[in-house]
Ligand binder design. Structure first.
Ligand SMILES: C[S@@+](CC[C@H](N)C(=O)[O-])C[C@H]1O[C@@H](n2cnc3c(N)ncnc32)[C@H](O)[C@@H]1O
Length: 204
């Protein structure tokens, strides 16, 4: 049986650029995608495609339908700061964060057909219609305003039983959102690592 950890290792070894999550967070994301069955996955913040490819591989490994929507402006900025050698000193390949990089990385794993790459900021939502999601991964702009706006706009699209994952919970925005959810519905928080929280929707 393929695991999220094995897929994380594959992605880490083969993509150009980097997957910006820990092995533990990758295992949780992979498991959430598998548990959410045939429903779509949407992520805000794709960078070089690591998390999107992981989600697509979970679907491929478990022969599940559902698409992987990726929303990212691909403008070279993260939280208003230019993504450069200072921020990503471990990317000696200096691979640009652009749509074609994500596509090329996905091609390595044969998962391009799962991806719907939307080059835009998450707010206002660039989706022409609301989706019925099994998983939502919030990993875009980490300011309080952006994270709250992402959660308010996309959270309602997650179906009962589905999962909302907040990444980089050591950053201000995700930290405040997690504290808000903890205050309202602590039992909806299923897992918390150093950097990610997994929230299950039907308990919200
Ligand atoms: C931490 S990286 C994403 C890492 C990726 N999920 C992974 O695990 O490899 C953050 C990404 O968010 C994108 N981003 C920044 N502001 C955004 C916004 N308003 N909407 C969507 N994406 C945004 C950046 O372009 C950057 O690629």
């Amino acid at each position: 049986m393929t695991t999220g950890a094995a897929r994380f290792n594959d992605i880490k070894r083969h993509i150009r650029g980097r997957i910006l999550m820990s092995r533990r967070d990758a295992e949780l994301l992979y498991s959430a995608v598998v548990a959410s069955g045939h429903r779509d996955y949407l992520e805000i913040g794709t960078a070089w495609g690591g998390s999107a490819i992981l989600a697509a591989l979970a679907k491929q490994d478990y022969k599940m339908s559902g698409l992987v929507y990726c929303i990212d402006p691909f403008d070279g900025f993260r939280d208003g700061v230019k993504i450069d050698d200072e921020l990503y000193p471990k990317d000696p390949s200096r691979t640009p964060i652009i749509k074609s990089t994500v596509r090329a990385n996905a091609q390595i794993f044969g998962v391009v057909e799962y991806l719907r790459i939307i080059q835009a900021k998450s707010i206002p939502t660039p989706l022409p219609f609301p989706l019925e999601l099994g998983c939502l991964f919030i990993d875009g702009n980490h300011s309080k305003e952006s994270v709250m706006a992402d959660y308010d706009a996309y959270g309602p699209m997650v179906m009962p039983g589905g999962y909302i994952m907040l990444h980089d919970i050591d950053y201000t925005g995700p930290k405040i959102l997690l504290a808000t959810i903890r205050g309202r519905q602590p039992e909806s928080i299923r897992y918390v690592t150093k950097s990610m929280a997994v929230i299950q929707k039907w308990l919200l």
